[in-house]
Design a binder for this molecule. Structure first.
Ligand SMILES: C[S@@+](CC[C@H](N)C(=O)[O-])C[C@H]1O[C@@H](n2cnc3c(N)ncnc32)[C@H](O)[C@@H]1O
Length: 383
């Protein structure tokens, strides 16, 4: 029985391979190594060693119809390279990755940047997690300098966002660049999209507070993708209202006075973000955001959940031995009912994020423990 199964699998493999190996085809084999450089003669030896494969076509180095790749993995330690690879992979080339985008969209050469601009590689990863595609409408409720909108517009989505900071939205105020005191004219998100040829995908951005939604119920987005403020490099604030702060009896300010800002606790930020997403994502639409974690206390149960959003993935980016942020991807699976609104106070998973700047205090307490090295640079929310 086992022999039969083996022959069947072999037959299946051969039948899958034959379109790319038949006698009228042309092919080439490339050899790649990780953490080791091979001499030319060794590369040829590796290719010769594949002669047992049933290639019937003709080799063409310049115009091969099919390209096959042999990859040898020698680990990640440059001081301890083994003689033989840990892993060997062989397969047919299908398409190139898009790593070039990391260089072409680097924030170093971007027209408009801020202290917390998200780097290009992570922005594209977030857009991919959100499955952003042509003609989608994508929203960032903490848009900053719009790095995530840049990535989403590259994939053909219409983009919009809000931020509480007037200067950021209008591209005014102090510059984040060395040797430049004030932002120059036209330093704004629209100009960033223009730089990459995607200005036509720009819907708009506006000054608004994520804690007080201004959207009509009918407003729907294909994806919500964001990098919320953690209070490390920027404060977590929301607009105030006279209902929020009890006025002392001897208050002398006017009846119409509204406090400029109040603390916006991390647990409120995540509650608002999940509730907003449950209401304003299309069915199957995705929410992608970063959750800061204090590693010694982290457990999967701390990831905020919502009855209408299914957790799709949870990936860690280590920042120091004690701190990390986790890229959370959720997908809308049902329309919210009245009782589906997230009441975070009853939910223990929100406890780590209660109290203003709780994460911030822990983050700074662990600063000198950065992956075992002495280091004082903060790296949360900006690279
Ligand atoms: C980490 S930054 C986002 C950076 C952005 N991804 C970029 O690439 O520039 C967080 C942003 O949230 C904004 N913010 C803070 N509190 C807010 C609120 N209550 N409503 C909307 N935006 C807020 C801050 O002004 C800041 O620009």
């Amino acid at each position: 029985m086992r022999v039969f199964l083996f022959l069947f699998v072999l037959f299946l493999h051969i039948s899958l391979q034959s379109p790319f190996m038949h006698k009228d085809s042309t092919y080439r084999i490339n050899v790649y190594t990780f953490n080791k450089t091979l001499e030319f003669t060794d590369r040829i030896k590796r290719i010769d060693a594949l002669e047992y494969l049933p290639f019937e076509g003709t080799v063409s180095l310049k115009r091969a119809q099919h390209i096959f790749c042999l990859l040898e993995d020698y680990g990640t330690d440059p001081n301890n390279i083994p003689d033989n690879p840990y892993y060997v992979y062989f397969g047919r080339w299908i398409a190139d990755g898009q790593r070039e985008l990391i260089r072409s969209h680097s924030v170093k050469n971007r027209h408009f940047i801020g202290n917390t601009s998200m780097d290009a590689g992570l922005s594209f990863i977030m857009a991919n997690h959100a499955k952003v595609k042509e003609n989608d409408v994508v929203f960032d409720p903490f848009v900053g300098t719009g790095s995530l909108l840049v990535a989403c517009s590259h994939f053909g989505a219409y983009v919009c966002g809000i931020d509480i900071d007037y200067n950021t939205i209008h591209g005014r105020g102090r510059s984040s660049r060395k040797n430049q005191k004030w932002r120059g004219p036209d330093e704004n998100i629209r100009a960033n999209l223009r730089q990459y040829g995607t200005e036509k995908m720009y819907l708009d951005v506006m000054v608004s507070d994520a804690s007080k939604s201004v959207w009509r119920n009918a407003a729907l987005f294909d994806a919500i993708i964001t990098d919320p403020p953690y209070g490390i490099r920027e404060s977590t604030r929301r607009t105030g209202s006279h209902k929020d702060i009890p006025r002392p009896p001897d208050a002398i300010y006017l009846e119409s006075h509204v406090p400029v800002s109040l603390a916006y606790h991390l647990n409120d930020i995540f509650t608002d973000l999940l509730n907003f997403s449950a209401h304003h994502l299309v069915m199957g639409g995705r929410l992608v955001y970063w959750l800061p974690v204090y590693r010694p206390e982290y457990s999967e149960e701390m990831v905020p959940l919502h009855p209408c959003l299914q957790l799709v993935s949870n990936c860690e980016q280590t920042l120091s031995s004690h701190t990390a942020r986790r890229l959370i991807t959720m997908e809308k699976i049902k329309e919210p009912q009245e009782f589906d609104s997230l009441a975070h106070l009853a939910d223990s998973r929100f406890r780590p994020y209660q109290g203003h700047n709780a994460f911030r205090e822990k983050y700074f307490s662990g600063l000198n423990k950065r992956c075992g090295k002495e280091d004082n640079k903060s790296d949360v929310n900006g690279e």
